[in-house]
Design a binder for this molecule. Sequence first.
Ligand SMILES: NC(=O)N[C@@H](CC(=O)O)C(=O)O
Ligand SMILES: [Zn+2]
Ligand SMILES: [Zn+2]
Length: 434
Amino acid sequence: MTDHLIKGAAVLGGEPSDVLIRDGRIAELGAVGSIEASDAEVYDATGLVLLPGLVDLHTHLREPGREDAETVASGSRAAALGGYTAVCAMANTDPVADTAGVVEQVWSLGRDAGLVEVQPIGAVTVGLAGERLAELGAMATSAAKVRIFSDDGHCVSDPRLMRRALEYVKAFDGVIAQHAEEPMLTVGAQMHEGAMSAKLGLAGWPAVAEEAIIARDVLLAGHVGSRLHVCHVSTAGSVEILRWAKSKGWRVTAEVCPHHLLLTDELAESYDPVYKVNPPLRTEEDVLALQQGLAEGVIDVVATDHAPHTVEDKECEWAQARPGMLGLQTALSIVIKTMVEPGLLDWAGVAERCSITPATIAGLTGQGQLPHVGAPANLTLVDPNETWTVNGSELAGPSRNTPYDGMTFPGVVRATFFGGRPTVLDGKLVKESI
Ligand SMILES: NC(=O)N[C@@H](CC(=O)O)C(=O)O
Ligand SMILES: [Zn+2]
Ligand SMILES: [Zn+2]
């Protein structure tokens, strides 16, 4: 394996340093010019910020079943380009990832693609039907070593089943990641319930549908003493409930998606289904509360909820369109725009929220480590002073459902190193790694 010498990168935005990568790990780290490595490939990282490789807790890769929207390989390309070195693949595939066989299939497809660590998430219930627990133990002991279980796309709405799932995974320190949506309160829902849904005449998805489930689940997690992770938190009220649950010392973590940190329900006025997502885009007040919650750590991590859909599933009437939007290639830029530029997070905070804590939650021990000698070389180099304009047709993968087409953002991912190998250099996929 070739050695790589990264020169002049600001580690977590600090002093420029040189970093030598050898045999998949950081072999040396020191002041600029202090490392001698004549046979290493040199990457000039002057002006770039070095972060631990980003880790996404919530990615839809669509394989098996909807390879026309995304595959493990195409999603891995999007992830590497977005600065990620690990993604957790959601279980709502077809067939559902509710058996050891399916999670092992996804895991080995990820290993074959070789661009990021693909950690499968297992379904909580058989077929995501919310009726019977899936074979959680068999998935945990499979080659995929599943630690996160989620029926994402659906809520585990039966409280007795949710309690049993929390109890079951406690034995191996697993975590239940809940898509918090009380289904009886979102029948027919198309967007956030509020002034805009009233104006547009679309059925609403009220904030309380999310908050009621989060309140119930933090109580259950506290009662059982087990780990709960709340997916895509989208309301100000949810942040308050999480703050309270954390004050109790319960083992509760939560994520927010980039789109909920930036976009609001006003966009639905266009009737463009690219803005249709679950949970829906909320109000400005919610956006500000989510940013604040993330800054304080009440919300632990940023997760993309990267949800590719084909043109047929997305470019149709709003009511028929599938919910979800692409996220992997734009996430870091949106975090910079909404959190770093306003001074809500510094680079160490970005590393914490986008890499270190997600890796801890997912139990990915080779990921999310602050750059130090001996650490696995999973690294991202970003140019904070450069901007780029999103062009939907140039994104990796077959899907085009980005709400950011034509928008200009700060923060360009220049290079990504996965296991000591560059997957992205100068903002482009490295050919040998494709
Ligand atoms: N977020 C979405 O709107 N859609 C997700 C499912 C989900 O995350 O709930 C999908 O799988 O497309
Ligand atoms: Zn969901
Ligand atoms: Zn999702």
